[in-house]
Design a protein around this ligand. Structure first.
Ligand code: ASP
Ligand code: MG
Length: 431
């Protein structure tokens, strides 16, 4: 008998009718002979509404109280889904994160799961019941209710799947899976059959919203097989799993974009040891996240510029922190630009295929789009462009790599990567 963890996102449980539909799907999985655990998000925009409500009461709500408030959203869904399943003549029981044994650290609003004590969930399964768990929440080592950060129900589901040694963790959402690019920007984007943990980590970290980054880390660390699929159809979605020989060895998996960051440049810093350390220590001590750091080769005058990106919501704080630090360090000034976007091309095959970066830059050049910052990992190339150009940039790169066509396989070796796809398609047409 298989054990399945299913997670339903906010849209999938958006109203009473949708909750009844989810109940039907859950019951189908149970009647097919599985042991079923269901993790739910809050209905529709409940979390945003609760945040808005809190903001009307307090400028800076206490983190503990805010978490107490936000966890209510998922509790509503879990109880309603449980009732809907009972209406269908099956046994179900709902649990809060705390009752389900999700133990976290004490950092309210972005708590990390330390341990899952799934005894009550297991007892429910052993009694033949369907267990419904409120996502996005846990209980801290100090016995306070915590939340896991936006999108955290994905992490709840993966953590439960790991603890219960589930056969699969199904993430039900309002799209059919993981796409080669955001289909709202690129209508011909293709659904991916499978993506490795490493690629999904890069995609999630680069702005793909379909899975919370931490849930992918958790899945990779514990080897949880994840299946992202639509709650509105029965189609197969996208599998997230260990890269292996049987996997289609695509060079490029997809493109992610992120408009949530701003660019910061500190100009004319003295090029002496300790400057970067000092600058980023100030930001780190205030908990500011930074990404894409670039430092120029120093000029003859022994000065250099450093640029980085940071969440736009932190920009005000960054400006305040850097103003005095830059002055103390003798820099010429600080410039910020919130109107930027990061476009990232991700694919495990980049490691062994030269020319991918050149082709990406050419695609942007041909579209007349200026690249402001470039950064890479072994399987990702990211470019910062003007925010107003982001959709055109994504389309240009998608087009250049012909991502709407079937995956490019790594065995082929024509001159350009696009050439490789054409070669694959030609050979497939011939067989
Ligand atoms: N309800 C929470 C959010 O909106 C958690 C989740 O949906 O995963 O972020
Ligand atoms: Mg989500």
């Amino acid at each position: 008998m298989a054990l399945v963890v299913q997670k339903y996102g906010g849209t999938s449980v958006g109203d009473a009718q949708r909750i009844r539909n989810v109940a039907h799907r859950v019951v189908q999985a149970k009647e097919a002979g599985n042991r079923v655990v269901v993790v739910v998000s809050a209905m529709g925009h409940t979390t945003d509404e609760l945040l808005d409500l809190a903001a009307q009461i307090s400028h800076e709500p206490q983190a503990r109280e805010l978490d107490m408030l936000l966890t209510a959203g998922e509790r509503i869904s879990m109880a309603l889904l449980s009732m809907a399943i009972i209406e269908l003549g099956h046994e179900a029981i709902s649990f809060t994160g705390s009752q389900a044994g999700i133990v976290t650290d004490t950092s309210h609003g972005k708590a990390r799961i330390l341990e899952v004590r799934a005894r009550r969930v297991l007892e429910a399964l052993d009694a033949g019941k369907i267990a419904i768990v409120a996502g996005f929440q846990g209980v801290s080592t100090a016995y306070d209710v915590t939340t896991l950060g936006r999108g955290g129900s994905d992490t709840t589901a993966v953590a439960l799947a790991a603890a219960l040694r589930a056969d699969v963790c199904e993430i039900y959402t309002d799209v059919e899976g993981v796409y080669t690019a955001d289909p709202r920007i690129v209508p011909e984007a293709r659904k991916l059959h499978a993506v490795s943990y490493e690629e999904m980590l890069e995609l999630s970290a680069s702005g793909a919203k379909v899975l919370m980054l931490r849930s992918v880390e958790y899945a990779r660390n514990h080897g949880v097989l994840v299946h992202v699929r639509s709650s509105f159809t029965h189609n197969e979605g996208t599998w997230i799993r260990e890269e292996d020989a049987r996997m289609e060895q695509a060079i490029i998996s997809g493109i992610a974009h992120d408009t949530s960051e701003a660019k910061v440049t500190i100009k004319g810093l003295p090029d002496v040891p300790g400057v970067a350390a000092r600058l980023f220590r100030v930001l780190a001590d205030e908990g500011v996240n930074v990404d894409m750091i670039v430092q120029n080769v120093s000029s003859e005058q022994g000065r250099t510029d450093i640029s980085f990106t940071s969440p736009t919501e932190d920009l005000r704080r960054v400006e305040v922190l850097l103003e005095s630090t830059a002055r103390e360090l003798g820099a010429e000034g600080v410039e910020t630009d919130p109107d930027i976007a990061k476009v990232s091309l991700v694919g495990a095959g980049m490691k062994t295929h030269p020319g991918v970066a050149a082709q990406m830059f050419q695609a942007l050049a041909d579209a007349g789009i200026n690249i402001q910052i470039i950064s890479t990992s072994s399987i990702r190339i990211s470019c910062v462009v003007a925010a107003s150009e982001v959709a055109r940039a994504v389309r240009a790169i998608h087009e250049s790599f012909d991502l709407a066509a079937e995956a490019i396989h790594r065995e082929q070796h024509p001159a350009t990567v696009t050439g490789q796809i054409r070669a694959v398609r030609a050979s497939e047409a011939g067989t």
